[in-house]
Design a protein around this ligand. Structure first.
Ligand code: G6P
Ligand code: ZN
Length: 542
């Protein structure tokens, strides 16, 4: 029932920041998905007879690739596969299943916050036994194998019914179709005080959770409306669609503008949140106030002890380099470790496994903890709700009080999307070339204290990751960072991260772009992005 199929390599199967992402038609080429999945299996050792978790965010082409992956897992000798019902698992739920059932690893089919549909994006990511994204050592091996692959193994069988909960067999392999939500919801109940949140909601506190027609719809319905008693209507856009209703399932102020406007209106709810295509990102908005992901990390870290799962305190905090330094000040006050990693959740895995960090976050709307090894959108929402349930103050009050205590890190990211790759590389190369000459000089009246190309030395496995972003640090704690996105599927995206630290509470209510105006000009003077790319404005400002 198993066959070996001869194939020829594709030269573009290099996993990016978060797995292999391509347009659907690229994945639909004969043998494309098969080659990549076989390359993943060939990069692993010792999985025979073990368990694999498979699930995806439900986007277009999800069901087809689930069938391919199942048949290949059987032909390659896995003993058992756990599949979310209908092929659905949010990324954090998949991470949890891998950990809970001691799986060897998992295949997560998602292109996260990128659009879905017949001509949009698809992705495949491999996660290891700790539940987290494969480290670079493995993704590099996968890529190397994909360039020389000659054959793959697959079962010749009818499609498996992935919609009915229960166990089936595919050859000798057990295929268990599991409820996509149950184990995850149970985990959340161990971390948070559902009783307190229920009481908060009962007292009249109102909220909206926008699933953006992506994977967290069923999770939000079960947890927020069913278990926490929020009224129907709390969950918005909760029916997962293969094309996310034609929208970008990216919870930021551009793509979740309707939610933002609702929260800014006088009669809006007290709290609003959204999550992305695969449920690992989050957006937090209080009545009248948007909380940046960097601030959210800092505020959650400062208050986490109020939730059951974190009452013993945090071991440490980790953030990606471009994420603002707001959390650093919390770590300093708590006298716990602070770790600065490259962009990409995979870099947090070692710190979490070694119990050096408890909470992690990224400016790209990712927050999470050691409960799984992925960032977790709904987790962030529930931790916020738990904190609000205990403190009984508004989101705005939490933010103002936090800034008064620690100072405010004004922060914004300017993206230039769909830039041609050569010009994007030119911008970064030119910056890199002049790094050594910058310290001591001034731009826009701002004195440069240091400038480097960020390299990360992993304190646990001692691996080194270089060229992770150009940092220009100014005197007084402001900075601009430049890097190329590693998650796009066409052309290049230049990201410019701008941050200014403001200790003075009388200046904590400035409009963000205005507060950063001199740094924005300095970034352009240093990089000449507009001149190099012919763009007048960033395509997205978050
Ligand atoms: C994904 C990853 C994150 C990363 C983000 C942005 O969501 O899981 O870890 O921060 O992409 O990556 P990029 O390379 O596009 O800036
Ligand atoms: Zn995502």
């Amino acid at each position: 029932m198993f066959k070996t199929v001869a194939t020829t390599p594709f030269d573009d199967q290099k996993p990016g920041t978060s797995g292999l992402r391509k347009k659907v038609p690229v994945f639909q080429q004969p043998n494309y998905a098969e080659n990549f999945i076989q390359s993943v299996f060939d990069a692993l050792e010792g999985y025979e007879g073990k368990t694999l978790v498979i699930g995806g965010d439900g986007r277009f082409y999800n069901r087809e690739v689930i069938q391919i992956a199942l048949k290949m897992a059987a032909a390659n000798g896995f003993g058992r596969v756990l599949v979310g019902q209908g092929g659905i698992l949010s990324t954090p739920a998949a991470s949890h299943l891998i950990r809970k059932y001691g799986a060897f690893g998992g295949l997560i089919l998602s292109a996260s916050h990128n659009p879905g549909g017949p001509t949009e994006d698809f992705g495949i990511k491999y996660n290891i036994g700790n539940g987290g994204p494969a480290p670079e050592k493995i993704t590099e091996a996968i890529f190397a194998i994909s360039k020389t692959i000659k054959e793959y193994r697959i079962a010749e069988s009818a499609d498996i019914d992935i919609d009915t909960i229960g166990t089936q067999k595919l050859g000798d392999m057990h295929v268990e179709i599991v409820d996509s939500v149950a184990d995850y919801a149970a985990l959340m109940e161990t971390l948070f005080d559902f009783e307190a949140i229920r009481a908060l909601i009962k007292s009249g506190f109102t909220l909206r959770f926008d699933s953006m027609h992506a994977v967290t719809g069923p999770y939000g319905k079960e947890i927020l409306e069913k278990r926490l008693g929020a009224p129907e209507g709390t969950c918005l856009n909760f029916v997962p669609l293969t094309d996310f209703g034609g929208h970008h399932p990216d919870p930021n102020l551009v793509y979740a503008k309707e939610l933002y406007d609702l929260l800014m209106s006088a009669d809006g709810p007290d709290f609003g949140a959204a999550s992305d295509g695969d449920g690992d990102r989050n957006l937090i908005i209080g009545k009248g106030i948007f909380i940046t992901p960097s601030d959210s990390l800092a505020m959650l870290a400062a208050n986490a002890h109020l939730a059951r799962g974190y009452k013993a305190g945090l071991k440490g905090i980790a953030r990606s380099m471009p994420t603002s330094g707001a959390a650093d000040r919390v770590a300093e006050k708590l006298k716990i470790g602070m770790y600065e990693t490259p962009t990409g959740w995979k870099f947090f895995g070692n710190l979490l496994d070694a119990d050096m960090a408890t909470i992690c976050g990224e400016e790209s709307s990712g927050t999470g903890s050691n409960h799984v090894r992925e960032k977790d959108g709904l987790w962030a929402v529930l931790l916020w709700l738990n904190i609000l349930a205990v403190r009984r103050v508004s989101v705005q009050e939490i933010a103002l009080e936090h800034w008064a205590q620690y100072g405010r890190n004004y922060y914004s990211r300017h993206d230039y999307e769909g830039v041609d790759t050569a010009s994007a590389n030119k911008v970064i190369d030119a910056l890199r070339a002049k790094l050594a000459s910058l310290p001591g000089t001034s731009v826009q009246g701002l004195k440069i204290a240091a400038a480097d190309d960020f390299a990360y030395h992993d304190p646990v496995d001692k691996s080194v990751s270089e060229h992770q972003g150009i940092r220009i640090l100014f005197e007084g704690g402001s900075r601009v960072v430049f890097r190329l996105s590693g998650t796009g599927t066409s052309g290049a995206t230049i990201r410019v991260y701008i941050e200014r630290y403001e200790p003075d509470p009388s200046r904590h209510d400035l409009e963000t772009q205005g507060a950063l105006a001199d740094l924005i000009l300095a970034a352009e003077e240093l990089s000449a992005i507009k001149a190099q790319t012919g763009r007048k404005e960033p395509s997205v400002i978050t």
